[in-house]
Design a protein around this ligand. Structure first.
Ligand SMILES: Cc1ncc(COP(=O)(O)O)c(C=O)c1O
Length: 400
């Protein structure tokens, strides 16, 4: 019997992370002495703001070393409730907030708590790779609703209407979006909400983790702020992207009490309250948002740089991301072309070819539900971005 047969079926059914093969190849090339530029990462290249780090140090020194309440320390739940009221116009009490070990954990908790086997989750695509795997783990069924390049990768209300069935339990989306950087405007979210409202047993999982990296004049809008949707929207957010705190592992949900209670119950049996030091540190995050603002401006500058450079590559179709720190060009022009050795069939293969020939690590769109596109992270210096795109352009000139 192979070791694989000993692993539970539900784990064997999961996909490996899309970046795993690329990371392995990157390491091999680096070990051979090649200078690989890695633009496959999904995390800020900035440090966590100092006032947050200072609060963490103070928590350690004060002996704040023990288990916390499962749903989070009261002062953090209150700070989050205050933030949601102040910035998002969502009026929940601290008891509606559950703090978890990253927004990823928050999302997985909610899906586990709401999905019965066979229930459907309508995922607005392109989507973050883990969504469909979390649904699979809960024995649900993902229904992918495609946001097309021509519509800035956004789903139209009539598409959502057509995707909702009697089995639909959740509609799930990220705005600002990973991988596209697209942002649903208030009008677009209200139009989607109007569709969902007609189906009384459908909930919304609104992933707002990139909220602070928003370049639009309109700013961020939360579907959870629509009064008639309040009880049905589970707002998910965290500290990873906006405050450059990926390693601290802190995310949260804001939801109707019965959902928050279910998540707390699950979490109480599986992970307990998240890291005490990180929670104490996060309480002060909103006391100074200047570093978050500075990071946003850096991402904006880099977006303009990268999109300009990518648009000079023949055959690339490049949308203008309104937020997050990714560019997501359609590269299908190169499918069927060959360097005399390898014939490119999709963006995943093109990524591997670019890594091998140009030593630039990107992520193919296949696992984001967009096999014509590839994702380039702008969480890197201007020099690295400029050099990477120049290498990609030079390599592609060899595909005929
Ligand atoms: C769309 C989206 N949601 C959630 C997460 C997870 O965030 P966290 O690090 O807080 O778990 C990520 C991380 O890449 C993401 O891109």
């Amino acid at each position: 019997m192979s070791a694989l047969n000993l692993v539970a079926d539900r784990i064997n059914a999961l996909e490996e992370s899309a970046t795993l093969g690329m990371s392995k190849k990157s390491r091999e090339l680096a070990a051979q002495g090649h200078k690989v530029i890695n633009l496959s990462v999904g995390e800020p290249d900035f440090k966590t703001p100092k006032h947050i780090c200072d609060a963490a140090k103070a928590a350690i020194d004060a002996g704040f070393h023990h288990y916390t309440p499962v749903a989070g320390i009261p002062e953090l739940r209150k700070a989050i409730a205050d933030k949601l009221k102040r910035e998002n116009n969502i009026d929940w009490k601290p008891e509606n907030i559950v703090v978890s070990t990253g927004a990823k954990h928050s999302l997985a908790n909610v899906i586990s708590c709401l999905i019965n086997p066979g229930d459907e989750v309508a995922i607005l695509s392109p989507y973050w790779v883990s969504y469909s795997e979390m649904v699979k783990l809960a024995e649900g069924k993902s229904v992918i609703v495609e946001g097309k390049f021509e519509n800035d990768f956004k789903v139209k209300p009539e598409q959502l209407e057509a995707a909702i069935t009697d089995r639909t339990k959740i509609v799930m989306y990220a705005s600002p979006n990973n991988p596209t950087g697209s942002i649903y405007s208030e009008a677009e979210l209200r139009a989607l909400a109007a569709v969902i409202e007609k189906h009384e047993n459908v909930f919304v999982l609104a992933d707002e983790i990139y909220e602070y990296i928003n370049f639009t004049d309109e700013g961020h809008f939360s579907m959870g702020s629509i009064p008639s949707m309040k009880d049905r929207v589970i707002t998910v957010n965290g500290f990873a992207k906006g405050f450059a705190m990926t390693g601290w592992r802190l995310g949260y949900i804001a939801a109707a009490k019965w959902i928050a209670d279910a998540v707390e119950k699950l979490q109480g049996q599986v992970t307990s309250g998240t890291n005490s030091i990180a929670q104490r540190a996060a309480v002060v995050a909103w006391e100074d948002t200047s570093a978050a603002e500075m990071m946003k401006l850096a991402y904006l500058r880099r977006r303009n740089l990268v999109v300009g450079l990518l648009r000079e590559i023949s055959g690339f179709k490049v949308n203008m991301p309104d937020g997050a720190f990714y560019a997501f060009p359609d590269v299908s022009y190169y499918f069927g072309k060959s360097d005399g050795n390898v014939t490119i069939k999709d963006a995943d293969q093109l990524c591997m070819w670019l890594l091998e020939t140009a030593h630039v690590a990107l992520v193919g769109g296949g696992s984001f539900g967009a096999p014509n596109c590839l994702r380039l992270s702008t969480a890197a210096s201007d020099e690295a971005l400029t050099e990477a795109v120049a290498r990609v352009k030079a390599a592609l000139a060899n595909l005929k």
